[in-house]
Design a protein around this ligand. Structure first.
Ligand code: DLL
Length: 441
């Protein structure tokens, strides 16, 4: 099926791969020399490892360089790994994370320029233009979502409504009254907006002009996408990014939805084996690692994202030559080990969303009983229809889900179907896992 694929920057986004790889190599050598000269952390790291920019003769030579990890940024909190004096820094953001200190990231004037460019590519890949009204429900503040999406909307010349998260009913009123055409939010908050619209008696097909959702900042399954597209009558695009690298704008889907195109002229991706650190090839699942190629404020070399995915290099039908990453399958540190078995939250979501009797709102609880056996309990909200049918029907559904879950996860999980709207809603990234065990894995 031929689809209309808009491209913001033809020169770079459709560059033949040999030319692109040449550009990446040039930029890589420059960036490694730059950090060695300007960041004491890298100077010491490379001196200790006995490597330098001169050892980089091909892109594969990147494997000679040690990794950078989040702990390195924490150890140099807040500004210890910056490569320029504060007079050159124009904006500072941070992520709180779930544990430990904030990770602080920064932008020079040129970094802001790269951010605007990569976000303009994002909007364009999703089919947004200057004719659109963007309802930006990502949080404005230290989180990179709100301001990153704002910057990109300005760059493509769209009208941006800086709604931020919260006051969900008012969000629906704005969507309706302003005739917004593009929604930018986390997938979980998008569902909350859809739910509020339903409660308010809005017919999304008649009363709203929304046509596109650019959704990300957290893992979401294809089943979640279907729910969202159906409930809001939009085409949903997955967007990925992380504050340390640039924020949103690292990669995004095109209308073919066969992976997320990475802005590879700025961010060089690799896939590694998370246990051994060995490089893996295209088509192999592993941990995603990024090297910034043009960053000035906080350049990072071989930064371990902890996100698990697969890369594909063949050209996409949209015309882009940039490598595609599959939807993130979860984080290596989100993996739960329950009674010795690896369980990924995405597997649980996948099973739950295959049942029409429940809603896509759930919580995962892991605990350890006195006899030292781990327990896994999943709470999921009943649909209004199921809830009205009463306890017996609910128990039947619990049994059905538990059986399906056992088949997928191997370990057994207790399923509790709870009252509609009883699970707390999030305005930003959803927190769906509570691990009460004292021993961390
Ligand atoms: O979440 C940046 C962002 C804002 C991306 C808005 C997309 C939209 P951080 O707060 O630093 O940055 O969180 C980064 O979130 O390492 C992934 O684990 C996760 N993540 C981000 N996008 C996706 C996605 C922003 N599309 C961390 N799918 C990353 C799955 C995602 N996980």
């Amino acid at each position: 099926m031929a689809k209309k694929a808009l491209i913001w920057n033809e020169e770079f986004e459709t560059m033949p791969r040999p030319e692109l790889e040449k550009l990446q190599l040039e930029r890589l050598k420059k960036q490694v020399a730059y950090v060695t000269e300007r960041v004491p952390f890298y100077k010491k790291l490379y001196a200790d490892a006995g490597v330098s920019a001169d050892d980089i003769k091909s892109l594969e030579d990147i494997a000679k360089l040690p990794f950078t990890v989040k702990q390195n940024l924490r150890d140099h909190y807040p500004f210890g790994m910056y490569a320029v004096p504060m007079s050159e820094i124009k904006q500072i953001h941070a992520t709180s994370g779930t544990t430990g200190k904030m990770t602080v990231t920064c932008y020079t004037e040129n970094d802001m320029e790269v951010w605007a460019e990569t976000m303009a590519r994002v909007y364009t890949a999703a089919g947004a233009t200057s004719d659109d009204i963007v309802h930006n429900a990502y949080g404005y503040g230290l989180f990179t979502g709100g301001l990153g999406f704002h910057l990109g909307a300005r760059r493509i010349g769209a009208a941006v409504v800086p709604v931020s998260g919260g006051l969900t009913k008012r969000q629906v009123t704005i969507l309706q009254d302003f005739g917004c055409t593009v929604l930018t939010a986390t997938p979980s908050y998008t569902l909350v907006i859809a739910e509020a619209a339903k409660e308010m008696g809005i017919d999304v097909r008649k009363d709203l002009k929304l046509r596109i959702g650019i959704l990300g900042a957290e893992p979401w399954t294809p089943e979640m996408r279907e729910e969202i597209e159906e409930k809001l009558d939009i085409e949903a695009y997955d967007i990925y990014g992380l504050a340390e690298i640039i924020g949103p704008g690292v990669s995004v889907e095109c209308p073919y939805h066969n992976g997320l195109h990475i802005a590879e002229d700025h961010f060089l991706p690799e896939i590694i084996d998370p246990d051994t650190g060995e490089p893996l090839g295209y088509e192999q699942e592993g941990e995603l690692v990024f090297t910034t190629l043009t960053k000035e404020g906080l350049p990072l070399i071989r930064y371990r994202t902890r996100d698990r995915t697969v890369l594909h290099a063949e050209k996409c039908e949209c015309g882009r030559t940039m490598v595609r990453m599959e939807k993130v399958r979860g984080r290596t540190d989100d993996m739960l080990v329950v009674r010795g078995v690896n369980v990924f939250p995405s597997q649980i979501e996948h099973v739950l969303l295959s049942f029409d009797e429940v809603e896509p709102q759930y919580m995962i609880y892991v605990d350890r009983e006195k006899d030292r056996l781990d327990t896994l309990e999943v709470h999921v909200e009943a649909s209004d229809e199921l809830f009205a049918q009463g306890a017996e029907q609910i128990q039947e559904v619990e049994k059905k889900i538990a059986k399906a879950m056992q088949e997928v996860l191997v370990v057994g999980a207790k399923i509790k179907v709870v009252e509609p709207k009883s699970i707390e809603r999030s305005m930003g990234k959803a927190r769906r896992i509570v691990d009460k065990r004292e021993v961390g894995f």
